[in-house]
Ligand binder design. Structure first.
Ligand code: GLU
Length: 553
């Protein structure tokens, strides 16, 4: 038996499968021509960053556009970074925004698909088959260097001013151990990592085309990177090559912090005998602060966590719509041309992604969301508001659920028209938005009355209106009534006329309706007053008019 084979046997005595067996177990997928297989591969930290949701969305769209497959893989090889059941939190986060996988990890301890397991900690056997084959081919070797020896190496390189630092070439002392030496150390039970024997050349460069960033040229990898740690758990690099090959990923979309590792990854794919996937590196989502840009930070920015949007009550449609504006700069033009189309119809294109990092802007999200909510039906707004309030606002929940028809009527005001009002950006604003519809939340507040009218005049308006109050059947009948009130009270029904001869009148019909509006709602600006009064009903309106008169008298 040749020495490489003997070493492989010594290191992996229990591994009996070969890479060919794995090729058969995980054969190329039978998908239509051009279908892309993508994945989101988070560590189970229990925290889903908005940038993670963004990356997942991009991966999903990329697959969806081509009738491909979007997978969720859990990368739990870094025990330090995990929290107990950090997986559920991530899945919940994705689900809340509809970015659900077609395959892979679907829930806590729940997987779906023929290319799994999709959780790295369950794939040790697979990594070891490939690791063994690399040893056989001479592309991997055990390294017995201790932490202390590795720090001494770093110090030495510092001291000598080595241009390239790390474990490679002449510095990689375990690279040159003879089989006899390796055997002896293994049999002694010395801990070791498994390292790549890099075939890279310091003077060579590689080029690759990143689907977002374009053509990139970098030096070849020469580092003998660790493939398996001392506990024989793979490093990210090795797991990435093995997983994305055997899961038949065609497109790797991931954060651009990995871009500098691409030469290593391409080399790993090559020594393993795998075809490398296409890469698309996403720039981080940025935030503008004091005139400069920085990454949206988990520590400093509450809006970095996807849970923030749920807590604030932004509907998932708004967040997705907004993320699409960040993803492709032509999304907004598309939206203008297709105001009612579903987001999933947007022809997303990886190539149109920002190279420098999209700027996250909560004000913009708020505007997008107002627009999105303005187009929802009253039923949907009520259902969403109830869902939100049930979790975050008990009082609002009880108000809205008491009489759902009444609540729905509130949300129907000015909705379903060509120009719906854009008052609500998030469900946490709804409590304030609806409060005057509920007597226990309404307090006669007359501070917004028109300043130009005396108390006596206001009382006269309210008395005249209350005395002649009749539930109007439509807006124009209601407005006619307002106009009829004007002349006997010294007002004009004609605004233009008032502007011509202001001295002849106490005010115009707008002032009269303002008085009524403030008495009935406590506010100067509201949606259509006729509709509001219709929802409130005659009794409640009269009570409020009388309460205002009493307060002023
Ligand atoms: N687990 C890696 C991360 O957390 C995944 C990178 C990738 O998508 O390949 O960033």
């Amino acid at each position: 038996m040749d020495e490489k084979k003997a070493l492989a046997e010594l290191l992996f005595p229990n591994v009996t499968q070969t890479p060919d067996d794995l090729e058969k177990l995980f054969p190329p997928r039978k998908l239509p021509e051009g279908a892309r297989v993508t994945r989101f591969a988070p560590s189970p930290t229990g925290f889903l960053h908005i940038g993670g949701l963004f990356a997942a969305l991009i991966s999903k769209l990329n697959a969806q556009m081509t009738n491909g497959i979007f997978m969720l893989r859990i990368e739990d090889t870094d025990k330090k970074r995990e929290i107990e059941d950090g997986v559920s939190e991530i899945i919940r986060g994705l689900e809340a925004f509809g970015v659900t996988p077609d395959e892979g990890v679907m829930g806590f301890n729940k997987e779906q698909g023929n290319y799994g397991p999709y959780t790295q900690s369950k794939r040790a056997g697979i990594y070891h088959v490939i690791a063994k084959s690399l040893v056989e081919k001479g592309f991997a070797y055990p390294c017995f260097c201790t932490e202390d020896e590795l720090s001494a190496l770093r110090e030495q390189q510092e001291k000598e001013g080595a241009l390239i630092k790390g474990y490679f070439g002449k510095w990689a002392k375990c690279r040159e151990l003879t089989f006899e030496q390796q055997k002896k150390l293994i049999e002694e039970g010395r801990p070791y990592t498994l390292r790549l024997r890099s075939p890279g050349n310091e003077d060579k460069r590689i080029t690759f085309v990143d689907l977002i960033k374009g053509k990139i040229e970098m030096p070849e990898n020469i580092q003998d990177i660790v493939l398996l740690k001392t506990d024989s758990i793979p490093t990210y690099h090795f797991a990435h090559a093995v997983d994305d090959h055997f899961m038949r990923t065609t497109h790797v979309t991931r954060g651009d912090e990995w871009i500098s590792s691409v030469p290593t990854h391409i080399q790993l794919f090559s020594v393993c005998g795998f075809k490398a996937p296409k890469y698309a590196h996403i720039s981080p989502i940025m935030k503008e602060e004091n005139g400069s840009k920085r990454k949206l930070s988990k520590r400093k920015d509450p809006e970095a966590a996807v849970t923030y949007y749920a807590e604030e009550g932004f509907p998932k449609e708004s967040v997705l719509e907004y993320l699409l504006t960040l993803a492709n700069s032509n999304f907004e033009d598309w939206r203008r041309a297709n105001p009612d189309a579903d987001c999933s119809e947007f022809p997303f294109n990886l190539k149109k992604m920002s190279v420098s990092g999209a700027l996250f802007d909560l004000t913009k999200l708020t505007d997008v969301s107002k627009n999105v909510i303005s187009k929802m039906s009253a039923e949907k707004v009520l259902a969403y508001a109830l869902d939100w309030a049930e979790k975050y606002d008990e009082k609002l929940y009880s108000l809205l659920s008491r009489d759902k028809e009444y609540s729905k009527a509130i949300f129907s005001i000015d909705r379903g028209t060509a120009k719906p009002r854009k008052d609500i950006a998030k469900f946490s604003e709804i409590g304030a938005y609806v409060s005057y519809f509920f007597d226990e939340e309404f307090d006669t507040d007359l501070s917004e009355l028109p300043q130009n009218l005396s108390k006596e005049t206001v009382i006269k308006i309210l008395e005249a209106y209350a005395a002649s109050y009749e539930q109007a059947k439509d807006n124009s009948e209601w407005f006619e009534h307002m106009k009829e009130l004007c002349e006997p009270l010294g007002f004009t029904p004609n605004v233009k006329e008032y502007k011509k001869n202001p001295g002849l009148y106490l005010g115009h019909v707008g002032d009269v309706s303002s008085v009524v509006r403030v008495a009935v709602t406590g506010r100067k600006n509201t949606p259509d007053l006729f509709s509001i009064m219709t929802v409130l009903g005659k009794e409640r309106v009269l009570n409020r008019l009388n309460a205002a008169i009493k307060k002023l008298s």
